[in-house]
Design a protein around this ligand. Structure first.
Ligand code: ACO
Length: 367
């Protein structure tokens, strides 16, 4: 049997910090309300030169470094994002080009904040079926570009960032053990970015009406989230007959501390078993779970051999949970330096563009 191990991890967040006090200057809100109702103290905001793919590239190279894997070893890149750089091409392809993952298939996955769990499950299934050996799963967001900074109901919640895991095939037991994925499109109106797609293409009217920003029914999303977090955690554990007391860590989607507290009550677990860092980053959608996982590994909480549940919910509506045994870096020799591939990737990309240009001249651009 083939197992899909989480062998590498990395995160990247913008340097610019926006505190609740900064928000007080923009909208009618205050630090006490935000901390009390959400647990968020600050969030990171991408600079003009940063984008969903640039944050993803940073996180991915770090994950490859931990896994000691070359970008050219990757067979698959799944980029879960709610804020892709374009409708097409996929942000995953931009990352593929910039890291030089010349062998990899690459696509974006849109399941909003549940996207990282969905993506991890898809990559693990591909490895477990022996279709591929090595996969990169990314969650990356620049939500600040889609937030209406006049809407206090939403702008206080979101932040930018990226996280990535490298999955590797091995016959050693462990890695991703089970997963559940759910959806309910009847709640599609509860959290939506209405315009800019094929239903409401961008027009002057859609821009004037502010329909290119996130719209949310916070109370309904809250009620839904508190219901599904504990439920899907139990479901994923039941699939492999694992008890909650055999699990060291729950890493939930970082949306609101009160949602995580409700999940803890529902599972009858103390909050100490949950990894929480939403106070620093707010809700980074698909990136929130991998960023929380990376911080938990780096500060020594999450150790090889630990059982962990990743659980999340988001627009769609979607929700899901995934159980894994944390592996840590696997034995690979010799040491590789994935970031050095960046230079060659850029060179390769330019040469290919140039070759395409020359071919165009030779064959005629319109023939
Ligand atoms: N500052 C001050 N007051 C505010 C703010 C603010 N930023 N926002 C709302 N209020 C006011 C409201 O106007 C309301 O006043 P009123 O009673 O006079 O009408 C009062 O505070 C309470 O408003 P509620 O909406 O009931 O506040 P609630 O306690 O529900 O908190 C929140 C709102 C934080 C949005 C909460 O509902 C929530 O977290 N919902 C889930 C959202 C979520 O997780 N979304 C992401 C999903 S994942 C994805 O796919 C991206």
């Amino acid at each position: 049997m083939v197992y899909a191990h989480i062998a590498g991890w990395g995160m990247s967040v913008p340097e610019t910090v926006m505190t609740n006090a900064d928000l007080e200057k923009i909208v009618d809100t205050n630090d006490a309300w935000i901390k009390d109702r959400t647990g968020i103290r600050e969030r990171r905001i991408a600079s003009d030169s940063q984008s969903s793919s640039s944050l993803a590239v940073e996180a991915s190279l770090k994950a490859l470094q931990v896994a000691n894997l070359k970008p050219t070893d990757l067979d698959l890149i799944i980029c879960a994002t709610s804020t892709p750089e374009h409708i097409f091409p996929a942000t995953a392809c931009l990352v593929q080009d910039r890291i030089g993952a010349v062998k990899a298939g690459a696509f974006d996955l849109l399941a909003a904040c549940s996207g990282f769990i969905y993506g991890l499950n898809m990559a693990a299934q591909s490895i477990q079926s022996s279709a591929i050996q090595n996969a990169l799963v990314i969650g990356t967001e620049t939500l600040s570009r889609f937030v209406n900074w006049q809407d206090r109901n939403t702008c206080i919640l979101f932040g930018d960032g990226a996280g990535a895991f490298v999955l590797r095939a091995s016959d050693r037991p462990g890695g991703v053990l089970s997963a559940v994925m759910h959806s309910d499109g009847s709640g599609s109106n509860l959290l939506i970015l209405p315009a800019g797609g094929s239903k409401y293409p961008a027009t002057e009217a859609t821009v004037q009406a502010g329909r290119h920003y996130i719209e949310m029914d916070g109370r309904e999303v809250f009620r839904f989230a508190t219901r599904v977090m504990a439920q899907s955690t139990r479901e994923a554990l039941e699939l492999i007959d694992l008890d909650l007391d055999q699990v060291e860590w729950i890493i939930p989607h970082q949306a609101n501390i009160r949602i995580i507290e409700a999940a803890a009550r529902g599972l009858k677990l103390p909050m100490e078993r949950f990894v929480v860092n939403l106070d620093k980053y707010g809700n980074t959608s698909t990136a929130s779970i991998p960023i929380a996982a990376v911080e938990a590994v780096e500060d020594g909480r999450l150790k090889p051999g630990n059982k962990v549940v990743l659980v999340g919910f988001g627009a769609g509506l979607t929700w899901g949970a995934l159980v894994a045994e944390w592996t840590g870096p696997m034995e690979t020799k010799p040491k590789v330096y994935p970031s050095r591939y960046r230079f060659w990737a850029r060179l390769r990309s330019r040469l290919r563009r140039f070759a395409r240009f020359v071919e165009g001249l030779i064959w005629g651009r319109h023939s």
